[in-house]
Ligand binder design. Structure first.
Ligand code: OOG
Ligand code: MG
Length: 253
């Protein structure tokens, strides 16, 4: 089967909110080919009028790699259709088996088309915010290989960004929490994200150069979860908190 057909399987699974078997069981494709499948599936979304608004980094913490049984970082694309406004609602009927995770989000101030070093990064970011990512693997039982999950746009399905604040403050060892109905369900530290979420952004600039996909001014970049992700259920209020940055939230319908 060609990459276009594989991309169509994943795109339809997302549209219909119906899971599919792991592609890698019957098809062989490399990590680079998985990114090609991801690209074709995103083209389909763009063809339906969606716009790219950012990127998400995945598996940037031990907790996430361990939870999902993989061992390398990945990136996926965020579109405007995936964004839920802070304090907004999520309708479960549009998802297969969504999970939420607390994240840190960067806003890009200038186009980036090469790998930046640590000192250059700050100059390319104009704000940071607490965020929640909603991931919804299109694969049955949320099970996949690294290639499978990359082809599936790294399970991207939704995100909520809280209030923006200055990128000059330290984000190196901030407590991060996921609360359901006011109860803590997952807890970690921003230090668990590659030592510091800025490292994740730097890795994004490396991937941008490698895959010739510039990171544009105005993009939001999710640095990856510090904790394992938790399944969400109807009628709960989900809050993602980052110490000193505040929180982002949504309610599940
Ligand atoms: C893949 C997405 C990983 C993160 O923050 O590490 C991710 C998944 O777990 O389904 O978003
Ligand atoms: Mg994530």
């Amino acid at each position: 089967m060609n990459f276009t057909a594989l991309a169509a399987i994943l795109d339809e699974a997302a549209l219909r909110a119906k899971p599919v078997a792991q592609l890698s069981i019957n098809h062989h494709f490399s990590l680079d080919e998985a990114y090609e499948i991801q690209r074709i599936a995103i083209e389909k979304r763009l063809g339906r009028g969606e716009k790219i608004v950012g990127l998400k980094m995945g598996f940037t913490s031990e907790a996430k790699m361990k939870q999902m049984g993989v061992n390398d970082l990945i990136w996926g694309i965020l579109t405007d259709a995936m964004q839920i406004e802070d304090g907004g609602t999520l309708s479960l009927s549009k998802f297969i088996h969504p999970r939420a995770e607390p994240e840190v989000c960067f806003r890009i101030a200038k186009n980036i088309d090469r790998e930046l070093d640590a000192e250059e990064l700050m100059d390319h970011v104009d704000a940071i915010a607490p965020a929640i990512e909603i991931i919804d693997s299109r694969y049955e039982n949320f099970k996949f290989s690294l290639e499978d999950v990359v082809a599936d746009n790294c399970s991207s399905s939704g995100f909520v960004v809280g209030k923006w604040s200055s990128p000059k403050q330290s984000i190196s060892k901030l407590g991060m929490r996921l609360n359901f109905g006011g109860k803590v369900v997952a807890e970690g530290s921003s230090e668990d994200i590659m030592g510091n979420p800025w490292k994740s952004l730097q890795a994004a600039t490396r991937l941008a150069a490698q895959y010739q996909m510039p990171i544009k001014k105005g993009y939001v970049i999710l640095a990856g979860a510090a904790t394992a992700a938790e399944f969400i259920s109807p009628q709960i209020e989900v809050q993602g908190e980052v110490e000193n940055l505040g929180s982002a939230r949504f309610s599940v319908l």
